[in-house]
Design a protein around this ligand. Structure first.
Ligand SMILES: *Cc1c(COP(=O)(O)O)cnc(C)c1O
Length: 461
């Protein structure tokens, strides 16, 4: 099983190489050289077994299947619901797929829990050790902290903008008590954090010395892990399904595309991406133009994305796997701040079964209130973007599955504003939150972050 870059100028690598590198050396994203055929999930198959089968198909010879199963069982034992991604009915033909039963109450846990297992396994085999850096505006940092806490071969450094993320989100990152997790609170905004991570990777000597790596939304392992719940939803409900996916970087929706390509969905692909007022993805699908726009604040901050990074993987397929064409689009976008998609790619995108549309801030808050009055359940603002979209486009011929990407309790301020109700954290979070917070406040300077990484990372044994 080999992985190639979407920009066509990097040598193929195996699963381990693709996962540990994240971004390909030519700036592209890794995709499988060809999509494996995978048997659909069975209704009675435990989640960890489905995950092991699917991830083994993507890993090829790189990891023995028994080891993969052991890792998946450990990863998903951390979820409070033994189905991992249970379906609940919200109305006739309308289902929520609850992806928020992991340790930090957001769907990022589904991929991050298994990625941490995979990293520790792969690093242990190769005798390498890595310093993983992660800039976060919220959910990714917490999910990474929970997953990598106690990892033997990796140290995790999380950069967050000081006093600019929600208290609950910060607590999930800063209370792990693990010596291999370091939280750096920078005096700056999220863009500063991201710019510093970029500059660390650009400093080749430093990156090599500390074994710098990332776990962001472009990592192939994340996509692979997220295909699993599309397969289990298909097994549970049967027939053709429509998925509505609250989207930011489009990792989640892309996983649905991959599931279909591998034969895990019946009746073909239908995915509606629902985005907030940061509508770059909807503009891409509806106008064929990739254009720069400053991110605006919304009630669904995990989707405040100005360039949906995983779109590149879909564009690669839509160009007929033409790395030169993909590179051309991104080069032009970088230079001019705007790029049109090639006509042939636009034509193919129209047929792939994915669409995207925008939901406003006001519609999101009203949907949270309406959902509560109709079902008695509180939903998070990201999920509400999805249920609103589903409601706008009712369907009688298929079951609709909306991905519930976080628990309401993770966004108590927004829930209160929308519904007037409190969304208390579940019991299982109590012990974690009773621990003291540990973070280090630093100026938003690459040199300060470099020094922190040098002093905190464990020496190579
Ligand atoms: C990350 C995130 C999203 C967006 O997912 P993408 O894969 O980036 O499209 C949606 N909702 C929540 C709660 C998230 O944390």
């Amino acid at each position: 099983m080999k992985y190639v870059s979407t920009r066509g100028q990097a040598a193929p690598v195996d699963f381990v190489g693709a996962c540990l590198a994240g971004l390909a050396p030519d700036g592209g994203l890794y995709v499988p050289e060809s999509y494996p055929r995978i048997d659909p999930a069975r209704a009675d198959e435990p989640y960890a077994h489905v995950a092991a089968r699917i991830l083994s198909a993507f890993a090829g010879d790189a990891i023995p299947e028994a080891d993969m199963l052991a890792m998946c069982e450990r990863a998903y034992a951390s979820f409070s619901h033994h189905s991992v991604a249970p379906l609940t009915q919200a109305g006739p033909g309308l289902w929520l797929m609850e992806l928020h039963h992991g340790p930090t109450l957001a769907f990022k846990d589904v991929a991050m829990q298994i990625i941490a297992q995979l990293y520790d396994y792969m690093l242990g085999k190769t005798g390498r050790r890595l310093s993983i850096v992660c800039a976060t505006s919220g959910d990714t940092g917490g999910a990474a902290a929970a997953a990598f806490a106690g990892a033997k071969h990796a140290d995790l450094f999380i950069l967050h903008p000081h006093a600019r993320i929600s208290p609950v989100q910060r607590l999930f990152m800063t209370t792990t008590g693990a010596s291999n997790v370091t939280n750096l609170a920078l005096d700056g905004d999220f863009d500063d954090c991201q710019a510093i991570v970029k500059s660390l990777f650009a400093d080749k000597a430093f990156a090599d010395k500390v074994g710098l790596s990332g776990v962001n939304s472009i990592n192939w392992a994340r996509i692979a892990a997220q295909t699993v719940y599309y397969a289990t939803a298909q097994a549970a409900l049967g027939g053709k399904l429509r998925f509505v996916v609250p989207s930011g970087n489009m990792g989640d929706a892309l996983a649905g595309y991959v599931a279909a390509r591998c034969g895990l969905l019946a009746g073909g692909l239908e995915i509606a991406c629902a985005v907030n007022e940061n509508d770059a993805l909807a503009r891409l699908f509806n106008t064929g133009i990739m254009s720069r726009a400053a991110a605006v604040a919304t009630p669904s901050p995990a989707m405040d994305i100005s360039v949906p990074s995983n779109f590149e993987r879909l564009l690669f397929e839509a160009t007929g796997r033409d790395g030169d064409a993909v590179r051309g689009v991104y080069d032009q976008y970088r230079q001019a701040g705007e790029a049109g998609l090639p006509d042939t790619a636009r034509g193919r995108l129209d047929c792939v079964g994915i669409s995207a549309s925008t939901v406003s801030n006001g519609e999101t808050l009203a949907e949270m209130a309406r959902f509560e009055s109709e079902t008695g359940w509180l939903i998070c603002p990201h999920t509400a973007v999805g249920t609103y979209q589903a409601r706008q486009t009712p369907r009688s011929d298929v079951n609709t599955v909306v991905l519930a990407t976080a628990a309401a309790a993770k966004f108590p301020e927004t829930v209160k504003q929308a519904t007037g109700l409190d969304a208390p954290l579940p019991h299982r979070c109590g012990a974690l939150l009773a621990r003291g917070e540990v973070f280090e406040r630093l100026p938003a300077e690459p040199s300060a972050v470099r020094a922190a990484i040098e002093s905190k990372r464990r020496a190579v044994s």
